[in-house]
Design a protein around this ligand. Structure first.
Ligand code: PEP
Ligand code: MG
Length: 594
């Protein structure tokens, strides 16, 4: 941070380009984590009523989820288990130990409902923890879920308030998860600014997909910025200017104009083929998170949808999506993709896509926990519903299936085994699907990259998830801004893994895509092309620029750059060399932020 007079300049990471001048709205995440507030005696009864209203609303929400599940359970026997869970949660919500004791705490200690509930829940969890019966010990998680449901109701005002905003704002938050952003009215949000996050965090991915400028990883933005502060958000250089001078505002308006002009120029070339000057081609595809984005992919010149992250169908709801819902959602995406091939990745839910107060405190290493395909193996019925939905959708267009978080041959065989069962069932029911639907694995766990030659014969294609591959190879948490300087996409280990993965794939006659954020970074385009990648899949917004780089270069140049990159021992040396090469080739493109 730098300070001059009464203004601050905060430096973070610009993850979705653009410049916005406006007013800060502080979404105080601290309020979402309960803190203690003393309540005056005369307000205690109102606080108890507020708590009981929240319990009733949470109960209604649970019942609605329960009813929906009952409707589908006739055809889905797997739902029985979830019905049972709903019953357990309903029982807990009605338990006097939860409600009466919380009311007692509010009354006796004169504290706010959120804090009283948290104290009570901790007490109940300790009681469960001391029980000998492992089943009862495991119920601690259910208590937390039930309490969280009530807390969300109690704290709803934090989310609602943003919906009531009439003027445009710059949203300042500690962290924004996909689950959070889905609850916000984003029409009035002109930029995101967060304490946490890096280039590959999901706030960044969402901001880019929604075309909202964003600066993340500021660490103390929520402390340093007050609601109502006038701000310049320069999401190109990752800079926030608090209380700017008139002169600064004028100069940033000019920069914003230039940026707009640059983007308009790029977009004009969006439908040209991604062909190098020496006639080499590489497919440019789009990453999407919902069916509507397929339209944006088409309008930005994508040749395919290289990654459809399906997690969003599962977020912010109390039940699981049915097969029918999956089917209809994917069918809509296929229609919007207008004949383009679409790669649907099966559920890859993990801690990084939930908000920080969501994940289990008792999971020390959630990134290495029950996520992605591992969760699907455990929750087979949820997995089957999705696979049947994807297979049915494949009857309506070109669909590929992609399995995330595969660590070895056993995983992929198990996933394909479950897929084959789903196919058999559909055949028996005479439900049509694409019998030759291509199946691929994400190469994002280092073990998968190391044995790419063993995995290649099992599948039809590879898709490299560099976000996770870098995270796991370099042991750098992708959502932790404190270690973001260690997150080095051009680290020699990553280059070698990419090179050997591509060789293994091509040696087995299958193509390789990159769908991590690296694919949409102009700085890396020639390196990835020179390595021989077949497809780059990125946020739709990046396609025109990446296309421009490809169209103004030769494959030979790209190969030469890669050969040079592979001679360095240190990531910063590779980065410096590539930056210089790119600056020399594209001196006017300030978006490159080199
Ligand atoms: C990746 O890991 O690179 C990837 C594309 O998947 P996600 O970002 O959804 O984990
Ligand atoms: Mg991943």
């Amino acid at each position: 941070m730098t300070q001059t007079d009464n203004q601050y300049i905060l430096q973070g990471i610009g993850v979705s380009p653009g410049i916005v001048i406006g007013t800060a709205f502080l979404l105080d995440r601290a309020k979402l984590k309960p803190s203690m507030e003393k309540i005056p005696s005369e307000q205690v009864q109102a606080e108890i009523d507020r708590f009981l209203t929240a319990v009733a609303a949470a109960r209604r929400e649970l019942l609605e989820g329960h009813e929906k599940l009952v409707e589908t359970s006739a055809e889905n026997h797997g739902n029985q288990k979830h019905l049972y869970l709903f019953d357990v949660h309903l029982m807990m919500m009605d338990d006097k130990m939860l409600t009466d004791d919380t009311v007692k705490l509010i009354r006796e200690k004169k504290i706010n409902a959120e804090w009283a509930l948290s104290l009570n829940v901790e007490k109940i969890k300790k009681i469960f923890n001391r029980m000998d019966d492992p089943y009862m010990r495991e119920r601690q998680d259910d208590i937390s879920h039930v309490a969280e449901r009530i807390l969300r109701q109690l704290m709803k005002s934090d989310y609602d308030s943003i919906e009531k905003i009439r003027k445009d704002v710059i949203l300042i938050a500690h962290d924004l998860s996909p689950a959070d952003t889905m609850q916000l009215n984003l029409k009035k949000v002109k930029a995101f600014v967060t304490d946490l996050g890096g280039r590959t965090s999901h706030t960044a991915i969402i901001a880019r997909s929604m075309e909202i400028p964003a600066v993340v990883g500021l660490e103390r933005a929520t402390e340093m910025i007050n609601g109502g502060n006038r701000l310049i958000v320069d999401a190109i250089d990752g800079r926030i200017i608090v209380s700017p001078t008139e002169e600064q505002i004028k100069s940033y308006r000019e920069k914003a104009q230039k940026h707009l002009f640059f983007q308009q120029q790029l977009i004009q070339n969006r439908h040209l083929p991604p062909l190098t000057e020496d006639g080499y081609t590489i497919e440019l595809a789009a990453n999407i998170e919902n069916p509507d984005e397929a339209e944006s992919a088409v309008s930005h010149g994508a040749g395919a949808i290289g990654l459809y992250r399906t997690e969003f169908i599962y977020l912010n709801r109390s039940d699981f999506p049915s097969e029918e819902e999956h089917y209809l959602t994917y069918k809509r995406a296929i229609q919007n993709a207008d004949g383009r091939e679409i790669t649907i990745r099966t559920l890859d839910l993990g801690y990084d896509k939930l908000s920080s107060h969501h994940f289990h405190e008792d999971t020390i290493n959630p990134a290495m926990g029950l996520r992605g395909i591992r969760l699907c193996f455990k929750q087979k019925e949820i997995f089957r519903q999705q696979l049947r939905g994807i297979l049915r959708a494949s009857h309506h267009g070109k669909v590929k299936i992609l399995f995330p978080m595969i660590s070895g041959v056993r995983d992929i065989r198990q996933a394909i085994g479950i897929l084959n069962e789903a196919k058999d069932n559909l055949r028996r029911q005479n439900i049509p699907f694409d019998e030759n639907i291509p199946v691929g694995v994400m190469i994002e766990v280092p073990s998968a990259a190391v044995i790419a030659d063993l995995l290649a014969p099992e599948v039809d294609y590879f898709s490299v998830g560099t976000n996770d591959l870098i995270q796991y190879t370099l042991a750098v948490d992708r959502v932790n801004e404190h270690v973001s300087c260690f997150y080095e996409p051009l680290h020699p280990s990553i280059l070698r893994l990419l090179q050997s993965t591509i060789e293994a794939a091509h040696g087995n006659g299958i193509p390789v895509s990159i769908c991590g954020e690296m694919a949409g970074e102009p700085l890396y385009t020639l390196v990835l092309m020179g390595l021989g990648i077949d497809q780059l899949s990125m946020n739709p917004l990046s396609i025109p620029y990446i296309k421009k780089i490809i169209r103004s270069s030769t494959y030979k140049e790209a190969q030469d750059i890669v050969s040079q990159c592979l001679t360095f021992k240190v990531a910063t040396e590779v980065e410096k060399y590539v930056a210089e090469e790119m600056r020399r080739r594209f001196p006017d493109d300030f978006l490159m932020n080199l």
